[in-house]
Design a protein around this ligand. Structure first.
Ligand code: GAP
Length: 513
């Protein structure tokens, strides 16, 4: 098993052990690719939402929120194109009866050549030591070049097949490459078929009255169909934005990699309505702003990279993903798309209602252009959790597991612990919590040795640990321990609020963004 798989496994087991994420309905052996957020997970998730909502709605007077229904009129999905084109190519293995995304099988095959390149680089680094120049090595090493040529050729072939929707050619490619089912090892494949990713259900309980409706596969359409409602009732002037956080559902053929790809997930989306012709200026604006929002968390700039799309969807005139270095490698965390007037125009066409804005400055009506920012809440959660989980070697040779979650997002901001369970120390600790709990989520912890309690708080990511001891009763001071530096300081109880606030306040993050 390679290091990355190890890391993902570590994250999954830590998340379960400490009440961040549980497999859904686990007592029935779970439901594939469905997860429940536990007592700490629910807090982290809420804090991520609060950070996003504050950055969007509270910090920008021209952006307002929305909470649209998950069920929408079925015509919505005709208009948006999801009914006809929200498909993935799937293939079944006849022996194992397992279903795969046909394009992913090919991508995974290509990945093997990338792994070969990584191995060559590792060998090179070992051979040349400090003199190793990776860039030069990649450009000149014959083995690397051979593998890279193969990757380029296969990727070009796959792109052409996918763009042409050529399902027979996709099956042909799988057969030509000799790709076998990872479970059975068999190459006995069905034809490739298109599979629509929307979940359908029925509305209405009277037989014959029922009609097929869909669980929304993105939150964005709830924003588009409410564009005029919000614009008129909120007296919004272009440019303005509508922000929404909510569940979305996709019947992913291969849902895996923990909470990275699920069938039920949450999105945080914002549609920014602008004057036609000004969209690329706003696209750049939001690309920069969203990067800042992510990086303000302080997980490390090296975790992020922009991936500008070269090939654009037919409705977009610019698109970029913010990718994050997850345990599985760099993958999409957020998409920023300039979607032109495609969606509003389509809804105008299908509903027969005008979805236009009268611009008093230009003295004319137009269909606004849209910049969309769309980030997966669960992916944000995984990004924070995986970057924060660290095994640290300490100076005394011991090890500790620490979850250095950005303090503003941490489930508990402070743990208050009486040194012993006697002499009135628990009462004093509770008194401190009773004061702090109006502003911060606090945890009371009196079980086990103080060392064990510190380790437990490190492992769940609590930024501050306050210990109440006998001296506290005499001079109203406590020790406060910092999760990250492990330094302890004796401070007055009266100063606790200010000390904690300095570190955990979301204000600092919002000012950076
Ligand atoms: N309205 C645009 C839209 O939905 P998308 O790229 O399909 O675009 C946006 O999805 C974001 O939603 C992605 O960047 C990702 O973070 C998240 N997302 C998409 N599918 C997901 C899934 N199956 N599980 C978890 N998150 C997902």
């Amino acid at each position: 098993m390679d290091k990355k798989e190890d890391k993902l496994k570590e994250v999954i087991s830590h998340a379960k052990e400490y009440g961040y994420v549980f497999p859904s309905s686990e007592i029935y052996d779970g439901l594939s690719a469905t997860y429940d957020y536990g007592q700490l997970g629910a807090e982290l998730k809420k804090n991520i939402k609060d950070y996003w909502w504050a950055a969007m709605v509270q910090m920008n007077e021209e952006i307002v929120g929305l909470d649209a229904a998950i069920f929408m009129h079925p015509q919505t999905w005709k208009a948006s194109g999801h009914m006809d084109a929200f498909n993935d190519p799937m293939i079944d293995n006849k022996d194992s009866k397992k279903r795969y995304r046909a394009d992913v099988l090919v991508e995974e095959y290509i990945e093997k050549y990338r792994d070969k390149i990584k191995k060559e680089v590792k060998k090179g680094r070992k051979r040349f030591g400090d003199d190793f120049d990776e860039e030069q090595f990649l450009a000149t090493n014959p083995n690397v070049k051979r593998n890279q040529d193969k990757i380029d050729k296969l990727e070009a072939q796959l792109t052409e097949i996918l763009e042409g929707d050529d399902l027979d050619a996709l099956k042909g490619m799988i057969e030509e490459l000799g790709i076998a089912c990872p479970v059975s090892g068999s190459k006995n494949w069905t034809d490739v078929r298109q599979f629509n990713l929307m979940f359908a259900t029925e509305l209405g309980s009277v037989a014959g009255d029922a009609s097929k409706i869909y669980l929304r596969p993105e939150t964005a359409q709830g924003i588009f169909v409410n564009f005029l409602n919000v614009q008129k009732t909120g007296r919004m002037k272009i440019p303005f934005g509508i922000a929404q956080i909510g569940k979305a559902f996709r019947n992913e053929i291969v849902a895996r990699q923990f909470i990275f790809r699920m069938r039920e997930f949450e999105q945080m989306e914002m549609q920014y309505f602008v004057r036609p012709g000004e969209e690329l200026k706003w696209y750049e604006h939001w690309k920069e702003k969203r990067n800042k929002w992510h990086k303000a968390l302080g997980l490390g700039e090296e975790f992020y990279r922009d991936h500008d799309h070269i090939k654009l969807a037919h409705y977009a005139n610019a698109a970029s993903d913010i990718e994050f270095d997850f345990p599985m490698g760099f993958k999409e965390l957020e998409g920023i798309h300039s979607r032109t007037d495609f969606d509003l125009k389509k809804h105008e066409e299908f509903s027969g209602k005008k979805l236009q804005f009268f611009d008093p400055e230009l003295n004319k009506n137009y269909t606004p252009y849209v910049i969309e920012t769309s980030v997966g809440l669960d992916r944000m959660f995984l990004a924070v959790l995986s970057a924060a989980l660290k095994n640290e070697k300490l100076e005394d040779g011991s090890e500790r597991v620490v979850l250095s979650i950005p303090p503003a997002l941490a489930p508990y901001k402070v743990a208050v612990m009486p040194l012993t369970k006697k002499d009135g120390l628990p009462d004093k600790a509770r008194e401190i919590i009773d004061d702090l709990k109006f502003d911060y989520n606090c945890q009371y912890d009196e079980k086990d040795s103080i060392g064990k309690r510190y380790r437990r708080q490190d492992a769940i990511g609590t930024p501050y640990h306050v210990t109440v001891d006998h001296q506290t009763l005499e001079d109203n001071t406590v020790t406060i321990r910092d999760r990250d530096t492990m330094e302890q300081e004796r401070v007055s109880i009266n100063d606790l609020h200010a000390i904690i606030d300095e570190k955990v306040s979301m204000k600092k993050l919002l000012k950076m963004g």
